[in-house]
Design a protein. Structure first.
Length: 331
Protein backbone atom coordinates (compact mmCIF):
# COMPACT_ATOMS: atom_id res chain seq x y z
CA UNK A 1 0.00 0.00 0.00
CA UNK A 2 1.51 3.36 -1.02
CA UNK A 3 1.54 6.45 1.22
CA UNK A 4 -1.49 8.04 -0.46
CA UNK A 5 -3.51 4.84 0.02
CA UNK A 6 -2.43 4.60 3.66
CA UNK A 7 -3.48 8.21 4.29
CA UNK A 8 -6.88 7.59 2.70
CA UNK A 9 -7.36 4.44 4.81
CA UNK A 10 -6.54 6.29 8.04
CA UNK A 11 -8.88 9.16 7.09
CA UNK A 12 -11.72 6.69 6.49
CA UNK A 13 -11.26 4.97 9.88
CA UNK A 14 -10.64 8.09 11.99
CA UNK A 15 -12.97 10.95 12.85
CA UNK A 16 -10.15 13.51 12.67
CA UNK A 17 -6.83 13.29 10.83
CA UNK A 18 -4.55 16.34 10.85
CA UNK A 19 -1.03 16.68 9.53
CA UNK A 20 1.28 19.66 9.96
CA UNK A 21 -1.40 22.20 10.88
CA UNK A 22 -0.03 25.74 11.22
CA UNK A 23 -1.74 28.98 12.21
CA UNK A 24 -0.01 32.31 12.84
CA UNK A 25 -1.21 35.66 14.12
CA UNK A 26 1.36 38.16 12.95
CA UNK A 27 4.70 36.95 14.28
CA UNK A 28 3.07 34.61 16.80
CA UNK A 29 2.77 31.02 15.59
CA UNK A 30 -0.15 29.82 17.69
CA UNK A 31 -0.19 26.32 16.14
CA UNK A 32 3.12 25.06 14.86
CA UNK A 33 2.91 21.86 12.81
CA UNK A 34 0.53 19.70 14.83
CA UNK A 35 -0.33 16.13 13.77
CA UNK A 36 -3.43 14.47 15.21
CA UNK A 37 -5.41 11.27 14.67
CA UNK A 38 -8.67 10.83 16.61
CA UNK A 39 -10.47 7.48 16.16
CA UNK A 40 -14.24 7.50 15.75
CA UNK A 41 -16.28 7.30 18.95
CA UNK A 42 -13.37 8.34 21.19
CA UNK A 43 -13.13 11.07 23.82
CA UNK A 44 -9.82 12.77 23.03
CA UNK A 45 -8.46 15.55 25.25
CA UNK A 46 -6.14 18.42 24.35
CA UNK A 47 -4.14 19.69 27.35
CA UNK A 48 -1.80 22.62 27.56
CA UNK A 49 -1.24 25.99 29.22
CA UNK A 50 -3.53 28.82 28.18
CA UNK A 51 -1.95 30.35 25.12
CA UNK A 52 -0.53 26.99 24.00
CA UNK A 53 -2.77 26.88 20.92
CA UNK A 54 -5.57 24.57 22.06
CA UNK A 55 -8.50 26.79 21.08
CA UNK A 56 -6.83 27.85 17.82
CA UNK A 57 -6.36 24.19 16.87
CA UNK A 58 -10.00 23.43 17.64
CA UNK A 59 -11.22 26.47 15.70
CA UNK A 60 -9.28 25.32 12.64
CA UNK A 61 -10.73 21.82 12.82
CA UNK A 62 -14.22 23.35 13.17
CA UNK A 63 -13.65 25.54 10.03
CA UNK A 64 -13.78 28.76 12.09
CA UNK A 65 -10.16 29.60 11.25
CA UNK A 66 -8.31 28.76 8.06
CA UNK A 67 -4.95 26.96 8.47
CA UNK A 68 -1.89 28.70 7.05
CA UNK A 69 -0.39 25.30 6.24
CA UNK A 70 -1.08 21.60 6.69
CA UNK A 71 -3.98 19.28 5.89
CA UNK A 72 -6.88 17.78 7.81
CA UNK A 73 -10.00 15.70 7.33
CA UNK A 74 -13.03 15.49 9.62
CA UNK A 75 -15.29 12.46 9.17
CA UNK A 76 -13.60 11.94 5.81
CA UNK A 77 -14.20 15.50 4.54
CA UNK A 78 -11.24 17.68 3.64
CA UNK A 79 -10.97 20.79 5.78
CA UNK A 80 -9.73 23.01 2.95
CA UNK A 81 -11.69 21.78 -0.07
CA UNK A 82 -14.97 20.75 1.60
CA UNK A 83 -15.56 23.05 4.61
CA UNK A 84 -19.35 22.98 4.14
CA UNK A 85 -19.34 19.18 4.37
CA UNK A 86 -17.22 19.38 7.52
CA UNK A 87 -19.66 21.83 9.10
CA UNK A 88 -22.48 19.42 8.27
CA UNK A 89 -21.05 16.67 10.50
CA UNK A 90 -19.76 18.65 13.50
CA UNK A 91 -21.03 20.70 16.41
CA UNK A 92 -19.07 23.00 18.70
CA UNK A 93 -19.60 24.37 22.17
CA UNK A 94 -17.24 27.14 23.23
CA UNK A 95 -16.12 28.23 26.67
CA UNK A 96 -19.15 30.48 27.19
CA UNK A 97 -22.85 29.79 26.72
CA UNK A 98 -24.33 30.95 23.41
CA UNK A 99 -27.96 31.15 24.52
CA UNK A 100 -30.63 33.86 24.59
CA UNK A 101 -31.04 34.51 28.30
CA UNK A 102 -34.43 36.15 27.89
CA UNK A 103 -35.90 33.00 26.37
CA UNK A 104 -36.77 29.84 28.27
CA UNK A 105 -34.76 26.68 27.83
CA UNK A 106 -37.50 25.17 25.69
CA UNK A 107 -37.79 28.31 23.55
CA UNK A 108 -34.04 28.30 22.89
CA UNK A 109 -34.06 24.69 21.72
CA UNK A 110 -37.29 25.06 19.78
CA UNK A 111 -35.85 28.05 17.90
CA UNK A 112 -32.68 26.18 17.00
CA UNK A 113 -34.63 23.11 15.92
CA UNK A 114 -36.75 25.27 13.59
CA UNK A 115 -33.60 26.83 12.13
CA UNK A 116 -32.27 23.32 11.49
CA UNK A 117 -35.42 22.51 9.51
CA UNK A 118 -37.41 20.43 11.99
CA UNK A 119 -40.49 22.59 11.32
CA UNK A 120 -43.51 20.79 12.81
CA UNK A 121 -41.27 18.55 14.90
CA UNK A 122 -39.19 21.32 16.49
CA UNK A 123 -41.06 21.31 19.81
CA UNK A 124 -40.81 17.54 20.08
CA UNK A 125 -37.06 17.72 19.45
CA UNK A 126 -36.71 20.44 22.09
CA UNK A 127 -38.60 18.36 24.65
CA UNK A 128 -36.52 15.29 23.77
CA UNK A 129 -33.27 17.17 24.44
CA UNK A 130 -34.59 18.72 27.65
CA UNK A 131 -35.45 15.26 28.94
CA UNK A 132 -32.10 13.79 27.86
CA UNK A 133 -30.21 16.50 29.73
CA UNK A 134 -32.45 16.39 32.82
CA UNK A 135 -33.83 19.89 32.21
CA UNK A 136 -37.53 19.16 31.75
CA UNK A 137 -38.44 20.74 35.10
CA UNK A 138 -36.70 23.96 34.01
CA UNK A 139 -38.12 23.97 30.48
CA UNK A 140 -40.29 27.06 31.06
CA UNK A 141 -37.75 28.99 33.13
CA UNK A 142 -35.80 31.86 31.55
CA UNK A 143 -32.16 30.92 30.93
CA UNK A 144 -30.98 33.95 32.94
CA UNK A 145 -32.38 32.16 36.00
CA UNK A 146 -30.51 28.89 35.33
CA UNK A 147 -27.59 27.78 37.49
CA UNK A 148 -24.16 27.50 35.88
CA UNK A 149 -24.47 23.73 35.51
CA UNK A 150 -27.93 23.99 33.97
CA UNK A 151 -26.73 26.59 31.47
CA UNK A 152 -23.82 24.37 30.47
CA UNK A 153 -26.07 21.35 29.94
CA UNK A 154 -28.49 23.44 27.88
CA UNK A 155 -25.62 24.89 25.83
CA UNK A 156 -24.37 21.40 24.96
CA UNK A 157 -27.92 20.26 24.25
CA UNK A 158 -28.21 23.15 21.79
CA UNK A 159 -25.16 21.79 19.98
CA UNK A 160 -26.92 18.45 19.54
CA UNK A 161 -30.20 19.49 17.91
CA UNK A 162 -28.79 17.59 14.95
CA UNK A 163 -26.61 14.74 16.23
CA UNK A 164 -23.06 15.37 14.99
CA UNK A 165 -20.33 12.93 14.06
CA UNK A 166 -17.82 15.05 15.98
CA UNK A 167 -18.51 17.33 18.95
CA UNK A 168 -15.89 19.95 19.83
CA UNK A 169 -16.00 20.99 23.50
CA UNK A 170 -13.78 23.91 24.48
CA UNK A 171 -13.29 23.75 28.26
CA UNK A 172 -16.83 22.39 28.84
CA UNK A 173 -16.84 22.62 32.65
CA UNK A 174 -15.04 25.90 33.28
CA UNK A 175 -16.58 27.71 36.25
CA UNK A 176 -18.81 24.84 37.36
CA UNK A 177 -18.97 23.50 40.89
CA UNK A 178 -17.80 19.89 41.47
CA UNK A 179 -21.31 18.39 41.33
CA UNK A 180 -22.24 20.21 38.11
CA UNK A 181 -18.90 19.21 36.60
CA UNK A 182 -19.56 15.53 37.33
CA UNK A 183 -23.04 15.84 35.82
CA UNK A 184 -21.50 17.18 32.59
CA UNK A 185 -18.91 14.37 32.64
CA UNK A 186 -21.71 11.81 32.84
CA UNK A 187 -23.40 13.43 29.86
CA UNK A 188 -20.17 13.50 27.83
CA UNK A 189 -19.57 9.79 28.48
CA UNK A 190 -23.12 9.01 27.36
CA UNK A 191 -22.57 10.93 24.11
CA UNK A 192 -19.38 9.00 23.41
CA UNK A 193 -21.18 5.72 24.17
CA UNK A 194 -23.77 6.67 21.55
CA UNK A 195 -21.01 6.94 18.91
CA UNK A 196 -20.25 10.67 18.92
CA UNK A 197 -16.54 11.48 18.69
CA UNK A 198 -15.59 14.15 21.23
CA UNK A 199 -12.55 16.41 21.06
CA UNK A 200 -12.26 18.53 24.19
CA UNK A 201 -9.85 21.03 25.64
CA UNK A 202 -9.66 21.35 29.38
CA UNK A 203 -7.69 23.09 32.10
CA UNK A 204 -8.74 20.44 34.62
CA UNK A 205 -6.28 17.56 34.79
CA UNK A 206 -8.80 15.40 36.62
CA UNK A 207 -11.24 15.93 33.77
CA UNK A 208 -8.83 14.55 31.18
CA UNK A 209 -7.94 11.69 33.53
CA UNK A 210 -11.60 10.80 34.06
CA UNK A 211 -12.90 11.19 30.52
CA UNK A 212 -10.29 10.86 27.80
CA UNK A 213 -9.17 7.62 26.19
CA UNK A 214 -6.19 9.54 24.78
CA UNK A 215 -4.58 12.86 25.67
CA UNK A 216 -2.36 15.18 23.62
CA UNK A 217 -0.29 17.78 25.47
CA UNK A 218 0.59 20.90 23.49
CA UNK A 219 2.79 23.82 24.46
CA UNK A 220 3.86 26.88 22.44
CA UNK A 221 1.86 25.57 19.48
CA UNK A 222 3.56 22.17 19.33
CA UNK A 223 2.44 18.72 20.42
CA UNK A 224 4.96 17.58 23.01
CA UNK A 225 3.36 14.31 24.15
CA UNK A 226 0.45 12.00 23.40
CA UNK A 227 -0.92 8.81 24.89
CA UNK A 228 -3.32 7.38 27.41
CA UNK A 229 -3.24 8.82 30.91
CA UNK A 230 -1.38 5.70 32.06
CA UNK A 231 1.16 5.97 29.23
CA UNK A 232 1.86 9.64 29.93
CA UNK A 233 2.38 8.94 33.62
CA UNK A 234 4.69 6.01 32.87
CA UNK A 235 6.72 8.06 30.39
CA UNK A 236 7.22 10.83 32.94
CA UNK A 237 8.56 8.40 35.52
CA UNK A 238 7.11 6.19 38.23
CA UNK A 239 9.23 7.55 41.09
CA UNK A 240 7.61 10.75 42.34
CA UNK A 241 8.47 11.79 45.88
CA UNK A 242 5.59 13.52 47.69
CA UNK A 243 6.44 15.47 50.83
CA UNK A 244 4.11 17.23 53.29
CA UNK A 245 5.75 19.72 55.64
CA UNK A 246 4.75 20.20 59.25
CA UNK A 247 5.59 23.90 59.10
CA UNK A 248 4.60 25.90 55.97
CA UNK A 249 7.34 28.40 56.79
CA UNK A 250 9.94 25.80 55.73
CA UNK A 251 8.46 25.48 52.22
CA UNK A 252 11.13 27.54 50.44
CA UNK A 253 14.02 25.88 52.23
CA UNK A 254 12.65 22.38 51.61
CA UNK A 255 12.01 23.13 47.94
CA UNK A 256 15.55 24.46 47.44
CA UNK A 257 17.09 21.47 49.20
CA UNK A 258 15.10 18.93 47.16
CA UNK A 259 16.04 20.66 43.91
CA UNK A 260 19.70 20.63 44.94
CA UNK A 261 19.69 16.95 45.97
CA UNK A 262 17.63 15.58 43.07
CA UNK A 263 18.46 18.02 40.28
CA UNK A 264 14.79 18.35 39.35
CA UNK A 265 12.21 21.13 39.44
CA UNK A 266 9.97 20.87 42.49
CA UNK A 267 6.22 21.35 42.16
CA UNK A 268 4.30 23.03 44.96
CA UNK A 269 0.67 22.17 45.67
CA UNK A 270 -1.89 24.93 45.26
CA UNK A 271 -3.09 24.23 48.80
CA UNK A 272 -1.01 23.40 51.85
CA UNK A 273 2.71 22.89 52.36
CA UNK A 274 3.16 19.98 49.99
CA UNK A 275 5.93 19.34 47.45
CA UNK A 276 6.44 16.74 44.76
CA UNK A 277 9.53 15.98 42.70
CA UNK A 278 10.74 13.24 40.37
CA UNK A 279 13.31 10.88 41.86
CA UNK A 280 15.02 8.34 39.61
CA UNK A 281 15.45 5.72 42.35
CA UNK A 282 14.12 4.93 45.81
CA UNK A 283 17.65 5.41 47.14
CA UNK A 284 17.74 9.00 45.80
CA UNK A 285 14.38 9.69 47.43
CA UNK A 286 15.54 8.28 50.78
CA UNK A 287 18.72 10.38 50.67
CA UNK A 288 16.66 13.51 49.91
CA UNK A 289 14.36 12.78 52.86
CA UNK A 290 17.36 12.25 55.12
CA UNK A 291 18.76 15.61 53.98
CA UNK A 292 15.50 17.34 54.91
CA UNK A 293 15.53 15.80 58.38
CA UNK A 294 19.21 16.68 58.84
CA UNK A 295 18.40 20.29 57.96
CA UNK A 296 15.80 20.38 60.73
CA UNK A 297 12.83 20.43 58.36
CA UNK A 298 10.01 18.48 60.00
CA UNK A 299 7.76 16.32 57.79
CA UNK A 300 4.14 15.47 58.49
CA UNK A 301 3.96 12.88 55.71
CA UNK A 302 5.83 11.53 52.69
CA UNK A 303 5.29 8.90 50.02
CA UNK A 304 6.79 7.55 46.81
CA UNK A 305 4.63 6.58 43.86
CA UNK A 306 3.31 7.13 40.36
CA UNK A 307 2.86 10.77 39.30
CA UNK A 308 -0.55 12.36 39.04
CA UNK A 309 -1.59 13.77 35.68
CA UNK A 310 -1.00 17.24 37.15
CA UNK A 311 2.62 16.26 37.82
CA UNK A 312 2.90 14.93 34.27
CA UNK A 313 1.69 18.30 33.02
CA UNK A 314 4.27 20.07 35.17
CA UNK A 315 7.08 17.78 33.99
CA UNK A 316 6.19 18.30 30.32
CA UNK A 317 5.43 22.03 30.27
CA UNK A 318 7.48 23.33 33.18
CA UNK A 319 4.52 24.88 34.97
CA UNK A 320 1.69 23.58 37.17
CA UNK A 321 -1.71 23.35 35.53
CA UNK A 322 -3.21 25.73 38.10
CA UNK A 323 -0.67 28.43 37.20
CA UNK A 324 -1.02 27.78 33.48
CA UNK A 325 -4.77 28.27 33.70
CA UNK A 326 -4.27 31.82 34.97
CA UNK A 327 -2.24 32.98 31.95
CA UNK A 328 -4.66 33.92 29.20
CA UNK A 329 -2.54 34.84 26.18
CA UNK A 330 -4.45 32.88 23.56
CA UNK A 331 -5.25 34.96 20.43
Amino acid sequence: MNEISKTMAVSAEAAIVAHGLVKSFGELRAVDGIDLVVPRGMIFAILGPNGAGKTTLMRMLATLARPDAGTATVMGHDLMTAPAEVRGVIAMTGQFASLDEELTGRENLNLLARLWGFRGKSRARADELLAAFDLSDAAHKQVKNYSGGMRRRLDIAASLVVTPGVLFLDEPTTGLDPKARKDVWKMIRALADSGVTILLTTQYLEEADQLAARIAVIDHGRKIAEGTSRELKAATGSGFLHVALADPATLDAASALLEQRLGRAVQRSTEGAELSVLADTAREANEALAALVAAGIELSDFSMGQPSLDEVFFALTGQPAADAAKKETQP
